[in-house]
Design a protein around this ligand. Structure first.
Ligand code: CAA
Length: 259
């Protein structure tokens, strides 16, 4: 496993990359160095053809306790603007490969926002989610209000962002913020297994599914359905599509090459 001080990266032979945030002394708080490293890592993983699915985790104890509050103590508006932290998040947004967040412990503020940059969220039963920025005289600044709104609707979003309360994995799951809740010790193994399954499929099909689903959220239904239909049709020009259909009739596992 390749390891930097704050981020560990393991690219497995099955096409799954495991990215692990490692700042235990600060509950994995996302300081600027960590955000920059995360951004560079996701750019590299996106460009690496051997990587077909990515799992992001904070390890067994905590996912991430949000932005590093130490960065906020004396910051002025101009300094916050000039940090342009949106550029770091954008690398995750631009990642065409599926991202699974494996959440144990707290996913708060920027940590919850980080989880929401994933496509699937697997939570351990003891995980806790929240947007507590309001308690700091702040508000979410990396998609907390808007991604929550789209995931769980106005009234649950308002409850979380205005009260700053923490919710359990089970509550988050019922709201639609979490894809699956598993035993704590199974969070990362389950996410890796799911990523392995996704990585075994045609990467073109997988990436089209991700792109259309994400884009469709902000389009009219008619526009989104048209986009879906066009993407569906494009897949008929891939060898993987022929392989998938032939393998079905030949009753054998498909071998996808990404072509
Ligand atoms: N930033 C910097 N340091 C943090 C931190 C954060 N977000 N969260 C925890 N830490 C540090 C603590 O200061 C403490 O450091 P010391 O040992 O040096 O005192 C250490 O991590 C352990 O923290 P606790 O003793 O508080 O640990 P706990 O297990 O009792 O509680 C916790 C854990 C519930 C996560 C609590 O630390 C907490 O509430 N953290 C802050 C959560 C928060 O407000 N997040 C939002 C940040 S703002 C944001 O994210 C903006 C945005 O949208 C981009």
């Amino acid at each position: 496993m390749e390891s930097t001080q704050i981020l560990k990266l393991n690219i497995q032979e099955d096409g799954v990359a495991l990215v692990e945030i490692h700042r235990p002394e600060a509950r994995n708080a996302l300081n600027l160095e960590l955000r920059q490293t995360l951004s560079e890592t996701f750019q590299a993983l996106n460009q690496n053809p051997a990587v077909r699915a990515i799992v992001i985790t904070g390890g067994e104890k905590v996912f991430a306790a949000g932005a590093d509050i130490k960065d906020f103590t004396t910051a002025t508006t101009a300094q916050m603007y000039l940090r342009h932290t949106e550029q770091y998040w954008q690398s995750l947004v631009d990642c065409s490969k599926p991202i699974i967040a494996a959440v144990n412990g707290y996913a708060l503020g920027g940590g919850c926002e980080l989880a929401m940059h994933a496509d699937i969220i697997i939570a351990g039963q003891s995980a806790k989610f929240g947007q507590p920025e309001v308690k700091l005289g702040l508000m979410p600044g990396a998609g907390g209000t808007q991604r929550l709104l789209r995931a769980i609707g106005k009234f649950k979003t308002m409850l979380l962002v205005l009260s700053g309360k923490f919710i359990s994995a089970e509550e988050a799951s019922q709201m639609g913020l979490v894809s699956e809740v598993v035993e704590d010790e199974n969070t990362i193994p389950h996410a890796l297994e799911l990523a392995k399954t996704i990585a075994s499929f045609s990467p073109i099909a997988v990436q089209q599914i991700k792109e259309v689903t994400n884009l469709g959220q902000d389009l009219s239904l008619q526009g989104a359905l048209t986009l879906e239909r066009k993407a569906f049709q494009i897949l008929f020009d891939t060898q993987d599509q022929k392989e998938g259909v032939n393998a079905f009739f030949e009753k054998r596992p498909a071998q996808y090459t990404g072509e």
